[in-house]
Design a protein around this ligand. Structure first.
Ligand code: ZN
Length: 240
């Protein structure tokens, strides 16, 4: 099987469409979505509907949970809170029912997917560095676990001197564990504004990081037209 793994779409329709188009060129058998379809952007319904049409495994993210009222959003920064409150209002009942149906963790074939981390998925802790990853490997049964949440495309590998890797391809070797962040489709924060996702080719055991250009100006204009905070538009071009 060959999987395309997307995460943190954040209601950015232009970025999602560009990524889905790129995926079409890679003979993918199955999409997987790691959550945060909602939050920040101007097209929550359109993005949830596109993911639903993919008919693929999907897990819930903290902004999705915020938008359906099942997560405490008091810790969100004010811009994030404004957007999620707006999503709460505009998301259709059908799309809310879909988001409510999503689990925190799924196992697919021989790997695991989670939005935040496996220790306590519903508490939304972050994995930013190799110390945090090293601690979390104890909760990971499978060789590979994909995650999102930080919007930083990267991987951590156990049993190695350089656990942090940003190489475009990772060859999965037995005897190691891998925590792989596929990056964010709709709001990358690693200084690269292009939409991010990853491909997992289980035939060759290789994970490939992808970056895709998209119409950032159009996504920004929609955020401004929806009267969402300016920062949610301006940060897209900085990749932060
Ligand atoms: Zn996110």
């Amino acid at each position: 099987m060959k999987y395309a793994i997307i995460s943190d779409i954040h209601a950015n329709l232009e970025a999602l469409e560009a990524v889905l188009e790129d995926i079409e060129n890679h003979e993918i058998n199955q999409h997987i979505c790691l959550g945060d379809i909602a939050g920040y952007g101007a097209n929550p319904n359109e993005c949830v509907e596109l993911v639903r049409e993919l008919n693929c495994p999907c897990i819930i993210g903290n902004h999705d949970a915020g938008a359906i009222g099942t997560a405490d959003i008091s810790g969100f920064n004010s811009a994030a809170r404004v957007a999620v409150e707006w999503h709460k209002e505009v998301l259709t009942e059908e799309n809310k029912v879909y988001l409510s149906s999503l689990n925190f963790v799924e196992r697919i074939e021989t790997f695991t997917v989670v939005h935040a981390n496996l220790e306590n998925p519903q508490e939304w802790g972050y994995i930013f560095n190799s110390h945090e990853a090293e601690y979390l490997f104890q909760f990971q049964k499978d060789t590979v676990c994909f995650f999102g949440h930080t919007h930083i495309q990267c991987s951590f590998q156990s049993n190695t001197v350089t656990p942090f890797s940003k190489t475009a391809k990772i060859k999965i070797k037995s005897g190691h564990k891998y925590l792989v962040n596929v990056g964010s489709v709709g709001q990358p924060r690693d200084g690269n504004p292009m939409a991010a996702y990853a491909i997992y080719d289980m035939y060759s055991n290789v994970i490939t990081f992808r970056r895709v250009p998209y119409d950032i100006e159009k996504a920004q204009q929609k955020i401004l037209d929806a009267n969402l905070p300016n920062i949610l538009a301006s940060r897209l071009v900085m990749g932060k």
